[in-house]
Design a protein around this ligand. Structure first.
Ligand code: ZN
Length: 604
């Protein structure tokens, strides 16, 4: 029997969604209800139930008891006949992971607002999305990949989902947003944009179409869904996305969107397209090709897998690669992005302390709960995972003389795990690589996934005509890039700490293990005041530092909380941890050919 959900932003200005659930055949012994503690795609226990306000239950019009029996669990008194639940949800989380409501717009994931009906999670769901009561909101619309069940496209009314699992995989946007549509690989796509903006929407559609079709090409040319929605919120400064089976929820920086009349792709727009590309690639990799540990998701606790690097790392590899393969950016632009990723990994000492398998497994408590010491102890399964995907791709290409690549492995993963819905076992990815390529790569995976040594990227990139150099950072913002540096290498000085500007004050963000700063007792949170008895700010520290001499001690004045401290710090030579990549003009013809195959659009 269909479970009927109804949600209404009665007065959006109070940030409360009013929710009703009608359960036609409740458990006669007392119906249980629960709310997820996390949302798939974001591996952190978030306790959404803390925003649920007073659940009232009634049976055939008579109020009955509904008791809270756990942090996100309820049980109603026995009821013969239809059970009705009513409650409110406070919605004021601007992220893509929760629910939000104000007098400008609304947004929700069902994981935040719709209680699951215990033991009836497989039942079909109908969702009545109702408009606010006040006339002021009469221009509000609805955008969601939920299938209409009476509602007309973009209108309030009835929608449906096959079961609770599907219900929580279709976020909903409410408000007076802009929407443009396009077709990619024969499937209708909609780009929804909320928030103030001056974006060139037709341009975004044209560019997204190329990305969508490039990814589709990798997986055989067709899409695994019959509709797709990009639900985007533009803000002054934001970046993030969450993947769903037929949509993605995105937040972006307003300035990253292309303005009308402006051509070309600047760094901001490239970042936005990379985000869209990433979430869209997830339509295959993690939404349908899933680890066994997520089949099904268990939503009241952490779901552990050592494979998150496959799902986030490989997706992060293909997100930027998709931009160059679809012709939106040039190889030089792609190499710049790649060099930035390499720099991020090479500047993280935690890569020697945590393997990629451990990073995946501990995502819940380490990657998602980062603190000032994280750079010393963890490595991102996104960024290093993308580099492992690159190394694996280039290794397969080299060992098979260009006949096979990671594209073939992903195509096979789609056939084996995506189309079938079978979960990928913990050893499934490595076994599949062996099966598809015939290569014995246990040594590669032992080192890349279960080891901590640096990847042999210089040698692998050489095979595809890409030059790789490492040099010291020129300043705190230096993330490396494309092209050889013409200036002679300058020896740089380092304290081994990161600082940031806080209202003109120079705050220590993190201190690298065993660095001169740590040896001197400088700690995260300290406010640096003077070096060598000269006042420092975040901006002047770079300049000042490079006037110092290696191994010559300097005095550092700082505040720790409200206490003035003075210490002695002996700077050292900055490590060469910034990557420059370049198209090697002297590359052999085979390498140039291999590069062409690597960066070209996959052939369907
Ligand atoms: Zn992702």
């Amino acid at each position: 029997m269909t479970i009927h959900y109804s949600i209404c932003p009665v007065q959006p200005e109070n940030h409360l969604f009013e929710v009703q659930i009608r359960i036609p055949t409740p458990d006669p012994a007392g119906q249980g209800l629960w709310l997820p503690d996390w949302i798939p795609g974001s591996y952190l226990i978030r306790d959404f139930a803390r925003q649920v306000i007073k659940v009232n239950a009634s049976c055939q019009g008579q109020e009955i008891g509904c008791e809270k029996i756990g942090k996100a669990e309820w049980r109603c008194d026995p009821c013969q006949g239809e059970l009705l639940l009513e409650y409110q949800v406070y919605a004021y989380d601007l992220s893509v992971r929760g629910a939000y409501l104000d007098n400008q717009r609304g947004f929700f994931n069902a994981t935040s607002v719709f209680l699951a009906v215990k033991s009836q999670e497989q039942q079909a769901c109908e969702v009545d999305i109702q408009p606010p009561v006040d006339e002021r909101y009469s221009h509000w619309k609805v955008a969601t990949a939920l299938l209409p069940a009476g509602a007309r496209e973009l209108e309030f009314g009835s929608y449906r989902a096959a079961d609770y699992d599907e219900l929580i995989d279709h976020p909903v946007e409410l408000g007076d947003f802009d929407v443009v549509s396009f077709e990619a690989a024969g499937v209708p796509h909609h780009f929804v944009l909320s928030g103030r903006h001056n974006a060139d929407l037709p341009r975004i559609c044209k560019d997204l179409k190329k990305i969508c079709e490039t990814h589709a090409g990798l997986f055989g040319g067709s899409l695994p869904m019959d509709r797709y929605w990009f639900l985007t919120l533009a803000l002054g400064d934001a970046y993030g996305g969450l993947e769903h089976r037929a949509s993605t929820a995105l937040v972006c920086k307003r300035e990253d969107l292309p303005r009308k009349g402006v051509e070309g792709i600047d760094k901001g727009y490239r970042r936005f397209l990379g985000l869209c590309s990433h979430e869209y690639f997830h339509s295959w990799n993690v939404k349908r090709i899933k680890p066994l540990a997520f089949t099904p998701y268990v939503l009241d606790r952490e779901n552990y897998t050592r494979l998150l690097w496959v799902f986030e790392g490989i997706t992060s590899y293909y997100d930027d690669l998709g931009l160059v393969r679809s012709g939106l950016i040039k190889p030089e632009g792609y190499l710049e992005l790649l060099a930035n990723s390499i720099t991020r990994v090479w500047q993280t000492p935690g890569r020697f302390r945590q393997t990629l398998a451990e990073s995946s497994f501990d995502a819940w408590t380490k990657f998602y709960k980062q603190d000032e010491n994280s750079p010393n102890t963890i490595i991102s399964y996104y960024v290093k995972g993308a580099l492992v995907a690159l190394a694996l791709d280039l290794t397969i290409r080299r060992e098979t003389a260009g006949k096979l690549s990671l594209d073939d492995v992903m195509g096979a993963a789609w056939e084996r795990f995506g189309k079938t819905g079978l979960g990928m076992p913990e050893d499934g990815f490595e076994a599949l690589v062996h099966e598809v390529t015939g290569l014995e790569l246990k040594g590669f995976f032992d080192a890349a996934i279960r080891g901590v040594e640096d990847l042999p990227l210089q040698e692998l990139l050489q095979d595809v005509g890409v030059g790789f150099t490492l040099r010291p950072a020129e300043n705190a913002q230096d993330q490396g890039g494309h092209g050889a540096r013409t200036a002679a290498p300058v020896s740089r000085i380092s304290f081994g700490m990161k600082t940031r500007d806080e209202n003109g004050r120079c705050k220590v963000l993190s201190v690298m293990a065993d660095s001169p700063a740590q040896v001197a007792g400088i700690s995260p949170g300290d406010e640096l005041i003077a070096v060598n008895e000269l006042k420092v700010t975040h901006a002047s520290l770079d300049i000042l530092r490079n006037r110092l001499l290696v191994d010559k001690p300097v005095t550092v004045h700082l505040f720790r909380r409200d206490e003035l401290l003075v210490t002695c710090c002996t700077p050292r030579l900055a490590p060469a941890d910034v990557c420059q990549l370049s198209l090697d003009a002297a590359a052999a013809p085979e390498a140039v050919k291999a590069r062409g195959l690597w960066l070209a659009e996959p052939q369907v």
